[in-house]
Design a protein around this ligand. Structure first.
Ligand SMILES: Cc1cc2nc3c(=O)[nH]c(=O)nc-3n(C[C@H](O)[C@H](O)[C@H](O)COP(=O)(O)OP(=O)(O)OC[C@H]3O[C@@H](n4cnc5c(N)ncnc54)[C@H](O)[C@@H]3O)c2cc1C
Length: 397
């Protein structure tokens, strides 16, 4: 059996699902292949990660009508407190300064995934779930994709395939697209803690000798912790057990929020910068983590992936309105060129932060402290940093 559609999106995660929603009301026929059934995804531990959403992302989620479901379970960030453990330097960014309601929002990934799944289930999008792509075969006018659901294979014929199947993208592997991999040799320990005191809409960024530590409020008395450590150090802490982790965490963070108690088992994420060597291939585009996986400590991955989806949706709709081929090689190259600068800027920004803030070289630590003190006293520099934090997401480290 062959099914004819216009665009087949592989991967119904945060980025692929958002793209599908952005295209759903248009006269395009959209298919979506997702490997995990909804209950399986809901049970996955990775759904516990907290996402810092930039103001641009919130606008996109509003445009997709996802925001009302997400907003009720998200936390507006009105203050960011940046400090360096054992040093005097600190600065505070406030939403009041640029006169906005929030510098950004934090939401647990599972909340957003659930809202997306509900909207997708109500949409006219043809869903293949649970299902996987087995092969792709591009021709001059269309691309044929074999999709396996259970024991059954169907062939989907599309004008364009969008690979949004995450960091271990099957589409990318099937096409033999290589990846550039830079291993930071660091691991992010991610967990949740209950806090003795109300977080009062404050995100904390603290630079510790062992690595940057972020506490992002997800409820008045609950924070998501993202603590970046050298790989050996992180593995040692994880192996020592929860009591030792909490002792180390209390020592590194201090008592800004009263006593901290563990709310969720910690999970370690090895940190790498991974980029596919090509963003487009014959009748295929790579977006989100299938294209780029960046250091989560800067809280940029989803914000960046959602911008991929928004730009692609916009261009696909124009291309369709003009009656042009959605898989045209020039059209795809133009899309890739349009996304290059954003990707480069985010990677440079993230990479720079990782280097500066994971560094224990004394002159750099001193400089970092002076910068924090100066920032607190220099309104123009502070305004610049506040704008950056709002634009890119509220993690600064
Ligand atoms: C600890 C941590 C903290 C983070 N914090 C932030 C943050 O604060 N802000 C931020 O913006 N980003 C953050 N990120 C990054 C963010 O989580 C990712 O960038 C985002 O999830 C990428 O979305 P995606 O849809 O591209 O990929 P994924 O979320 O990985 O989704 C891929 C989807 O494809 C499906 N799939 C996989 N293989 C197949 C296949 N063969 N066939 C069909 N379907 C398939 C999967 O089941 C999944 O549903 C963080 C990441 C981590 C690890």
């Amino acid at each position: 059996m062959t099914i004819d559609i216009d665009v087949l999106i592989v991967g119904g995660g945060l980025v692929g699902g958002s793209l599908a929603l952005a295209l759903q009301d248009q006269p395009l026929r959209i298919g979506l292949v997702e490997a995990l059934a909804a209950p399986e995804r809901a049970a996955s531990a990775s759904g516990d990660r907290a996402l810092a959403l930039s103001r641009g992302t919130v606008q996109q989620l509003k445009a997709l009508a996802l925001w009302p479901d997400v907003a009720a379970n998200s936390m507006a960030i009105r203050h960011i407190h940046v400090s360096d453990q054992g040093h005097f330097g600190k600065t505070r960014l406030k939403a009041d300064d640029p006169g906005v309601e929030a510098l950004g929002h934090v939401v647990v990934a599972r909340v957003l995934e659930k809202a997306l799944d509900q909207r997708l289930a109500e949409s006219p999008i043809q869903r293949f779930c649970p299902a996987r792509v087995m092969s792709l075969n591009a021709g001059p006018d269309r691309i044929a994709v074999t999709v396996r659901a259970g024991n059954e294979d169907v062939v989907v014929s599309a004008r364009l395939v969008v690979a949004a199947d995450g960091g271990t993208s099957t589409v990318r592997s099937l096409l033999g697209i290589e990846q550039d991999i830079h291993d930071y040799e660091q691991t992010a320990i991610v967990t949740d803690v209950h806090t003795g005191e109300d977080t009062r809409h404050t995100a904390f960024e603290r630079f510790t000798p062992s690595g940057p530590l972020a506490l992002l409020p997800i409820e008045p008395h609950r924070c998501s912790v993202v603590w970046t450590l050298g790989r050996d150090d992180a593995e040692k802490i994880l192996a020592e057990g929860e009591q030792e982790l909490m002792a180390r965490l209390r020592e590194a963070f201090g008592f800004w929020l009263g006593d901290l108690t563990l709310a969720n088992p910690p999970v370690g994420f090895p940190l790498r910068l991974i980029q596919a060597e090509s963003m487009v291939h014959q009748r295929v585009v790579l977006i989100g983590n299938a294209m780029h996986q960046i250091h989560p400590v800067a809280g940029q991955g989803f914000n960046l992936g959602l911008r991929d989806a928004a730009v692609l949706a916009d261009r696909l709709l124009t291309q369709h309105r003009l009656g042009n081929d959605l898989g045209d090689p020039d059209f795809l190259s133009q899309y890739a060129r349009a996304r290059e600068q954003d990707l480069k800027t985010v990677i440079r920004f993230t990479d720079g932060l990782v280097k500066v803030f994971s560094n224990t070289f004394p002159p750099l630590v001193a400089l970092r402290n002076l910068a924090l003190v100066a920032l607190d006293r220099l309104p123009p520099a502070k305004r610049l940093l506040t704008r950056r934090a709002m634009g890119y997401g509220i993690h600064l480290s």
